[in-house]
Design a protein around this ligand. Structure first.
Ligand SMILES: NC(=O)c1ccc[n+]([C@@H]2O[C@H](COP(=O)([O-])OP(=O)(O)OC[C@H]3O[C@@H](n4cnc5c(N)ncnc54)[C@H](OP(=O)(O)O)[C@@H]3O)[C@@H](O)[C@H]2O)c1
Length: 284
């Protein structure tokens, strides 16, 4: 039995890279997959490819920063399918790369508009539906080392993704009583258009990052299938006890999470936290 039979799954940025891999994976598992991104040729190409496998996929050319378009997209799907089981916020850009004072403020702001506000727009559109259903899953995308060591020269990208990490935890708490789980995936360094952007940016990413990226190009990078596997796990009922977490598709033993469930629920494991022994405050 396919794992996602009949589930209504919305994937932003589903036309390329990691989002495309997730769209194919969920369609294969029987989900009714809806994808969007700005470039209609890419959306049409992948939608048709999935349909030719006799799997369900509908695509729309749409910009996640346009809250009106996002709302209309979600409402149309809900009117026809009568439910929304899962939202995957995969749409994203690197934005400008280089020392912060050299970056164009408009491009900086646009990065936050797409990565953070785009994610917020989609969440705002699905939450009333999921609350009514008293069930739902939301998966966001982290990146840039958020939760660990932050890369210099990616200030706009990392600011936007730290925001995504923060709202993941805030929303998880807001939505806990509605049986809606919200988590974020850190997919690892995947060879997509993101890598091409770094290689085009020459010295701007910094020597070390650039050289690491060249090696990544040659060696192949983290397969996007790891993010797709984690997304399948987070979409399943097996992970209902996990919410508000940033999880690495490559490094975290998420399939064994039941073994350390208490630490996950009560501690700061897989959260945006300082991990030194000093505390901002002690709970009394
Ligand atoms: N690749 C990595 O190593 C890596 C690492 C950590 C995190 N991530 C995260 O993983 C996610 C996917 O990245 P990727 O590597 O697969 O990149 P990608 O190949 O460039 O794909 C990004 C997708 O987002 C869409 N998109 C961008 N801006 C959009 C907008 N305003 N509205 C709607 N769709 C938009 C793109 O299509 P259009 O341009 O046609 O709109 C494309 O479908 C991103 O959130 C990224 O931050 C990636």
């Amino acid at each position: 039995m396919p794992k996602m039979q009949g589930k209504v799954v919305l994937i932003t940025g589903g036309s390329l890279g990691i989002g495309q891999c997730i769209a194919k994976t969920f369609a294969k598992e029987g989900a009714r997959v809806f994808i969007c991104s700005r470039t209609s040729a890419d959306v049409n190409y992948i939608t048709k490819a999935i349909q030719e496998e006799n799997e369900f996929c509908e695509g729309l050319s749409m910009d996640v920063t346009d809250s009106g378009q996002v709302k209309a997209w979600v409402e149309d799907i809900y009117q026809r399918l009568k439910r929304v089981d899962l939202l995957i916020n995969c749409a994203g850009i690197y934005g400008p790369i280089g020392p912060m004072e050299t970056l164009d403020p408009k491009e900086w702001k646009n990065t936050v508009e797409i990565n953070l506000f785009g994610t917020v727009n989609c969440i705002r559109a699905v939450v009333p539906i999921m609350k009514k259903q008293r069930a739902g899953k939301i998966i966001n995308f982290s990146g840039g080392g958020v939760g660990g060591v932050l890369n210099p020269n990616f200030s706009a990208y990392i600011a936007s993704k730290a925001g995504v990490g923060a709202i993941t935890e805030v929303l998880a708490r807001e939505l806990k009583d509605f049986n809606i789980q919200v988590n974020a995936i850190a997919p690892g360094a995947v060879n997509t258009r993101f890598l091409d952007r770094v290689l085009e940016a020459g010295s701007n990413p910094g020597k070390e990052f650039y050289e690491r990226s060249l090696r990544q190009k040659e060696e192949g990078g983290t397969p996007p299938e790891l993010a797709a596997k984690l997304a399948l796990f987070l979409a399943s009922e097996d992970s209902n006890f996990i919410t508000g977490k940033i999880i690495s598709a490559k490094w975290d033993p998420f399939h064994q999470a039941k073994e350390f469930r208490e630490e996950l629920e009560k501690g700061g494991l897989w959260n945006l936290r300082r991990i030194d022994r000093m505390k901002f405050y002690e709970k009394t």
